[in-house]
Design a protein around this ligand. Structure first.
Ligand SMILES: Cc1ncc(COP(=O)(O)O)c(C=O)c1O
Length: 398
């Protein structure tokens, strides 16, 4: 029976698992890497490719134009924004970097960011620092390991141009207070870029409530879409002042020999060529998540992650390292074993996990003196039995 912790009935879960054939082969706790797709998503991708096989790529794109267009509306409904504020790209990093690099930077501008920032993001900050003299400053954490919103407000000054935060970091359960950060950004008129790569598909993302100017995400993680697709939300209010660094004939029109005109919507950030089969797969994945209800998904993920953490914590010498008051489906742990070797052993035993490496989120891992750990990330289609099996395996193999 569904209850306040576990919102899915046994019948519903049974149906979901039937539609997710991967669960018959593996215990998939690598949803923060890439989730298992369901049949509907895979079928949509292969239907599109099959059409391309028969009729040609450009011709298929024309045939599917309406469905491709509807994807923008699906994403917009999911993020609770206008479809003109949505761009689709090849991954979350490109989406995020397109946003970052479109800001008209001045030397001495300051970027405020989180201590649990993802390596690719931080490398881009350091590049900006090297190239343009922009300064990067991590915001202190509060006692729970979240971005400290009061500390953030106290370090705001006129040179702060951007607040760039990772909502759910790659290396653990932490959920940063995205909307509280957004209200500070709005209060001081500072641009706000949210990396929602790990939160999209786990929890509801209302960009207007969060108050971000940009949000980037990926298809393959908790949204359960195909690989090779990412998305970007850009607030319409700031769009007119943004010039993408990568601008092609899709994002702009070459209207005189010496000038070009940038399109008015967020698709100015896209390139002409992209993976349309993947786009339709993402659309299908979002429709599926909406039919289950994103709040119910979030509730079930938290329920399962809590079971997993509790199970792991009960094993002597195993420690769980997830920060924050609200915890996501990402569970990070280590024990008296070599994490890399244990991850490989788990894989051979049919448990998919991934390895957390210090350089993935360097500041946070150094702050906490952590080395490699195992990341077990659950999704709503996982079940209690899989968690029991996983915990027993760790218990028996340490
Ligand atoms: C927090 C975070 N941001 C960004 C990314 C990059 O996403 P993509 O590989 O789609 O570019 C990841 C991928 O793991 C991530 O965990």
């Amino acid at each position: 029976m569904p209850d306040s912790k576990n919102p899915f009935s046994a019948e519903e879960l049974d149906q979901i698992r039937k539609e997710t054939p991967g669960v018959q082969h593996v215990v998939h706790f690598n949803n923060a890497g890439a989730s298992l797709m369901n049949i509907q998503v895979a079928q949509k991708v292969s239907e599109y490719l099959d059409h391309e096989l028969r009729y040609g790529g450009y011709e298929t794109a024309i045939e599917y134009r309406q469905q491709i267009e509807a994807t923008y509306q699906n994403i917009a409904d999911h993020l609770q924004c206008n479809f003109r504020e949505v761009a689709i790209m090849e991954n979350a990093t490109v989406a995020w970097q397109q946003a970052l690099l479109s800001i008209p930077w001045k030397p001495d501008d300051i970027i405020l960011t989180s201590r649990a920032e993802y390596a690719s993001n931080y490398i881009a900050f350091l590049q900006l620092q090297k190239r343009l003299g922009v300064e990067v400053k991590p915001i202190p954490n509060n006692e729970f390991g979240e971005v400290d919103v009061q500390a953030l407000e106290s370090i705001i000054q006129p040179r702060v141009r951007l607040i760039a935060i990772t909502h759910i970091p790659t290396n653990g359960g932490l959920v940063n207070p995205a909307a509280e950060i957004g209200s500070i950004a709005r209060k001081y008129g500072i641009w706000y870029l949210l990396d929602a790569c790990q939160s999209a598909g786990q929890m509801s993302l209302n960009v207007k409530e969060i108050g971000c100017d940009f949000l980037s995400a990926t298809s393959r993680k908790f949204l359960r879409g195909p690989r090779g697709v990412g998305l970007l939300y850009v607030n319409e209010r700031i769009l007119p002042g943004l010039e993408p660094v990568l601008l092609d004939l899709h994002g702009a029109t070459w209207d005189t020999p010496t000038s070009y005109r940038i399109r008015p919507d967020a698709r100015r950030f896209e390139n002409w060529e992209f993976n349309l089969a993947g786009v339709l797969g993402l659309s299908e994945a979002i429709a599926y998540a909406s039919s289950l209800g994103i709040d119910r998904i979030w509730q079930r993920i938290q329920y399962l992650a809590d079971l997993l953490r509790t199970g792991l914590e009960q094993i002597p010498d195993v420690s769980v390292h997830d920060l924050g008051r609200v915890k996501s489906g990402i569970v990070s742990f280590k024990g008296p074993f070599n994490s890399k070797r244990m991850k490989l052993r788990l894989g051979k035993a049919g448990f998919n996990t991934s390895l957390i490496v210090p350089e993935g989120t360097l500041l946070d891992m150094q702050d906490r003196g952590l080395g490699e750990m195992i990341r077990a990330s659950v999704h709503y289609y996982n079940d209690e039995n899989e968690i029991r099996q996983f915990v027993s395996y760790i218990k028996e193999h340490i």
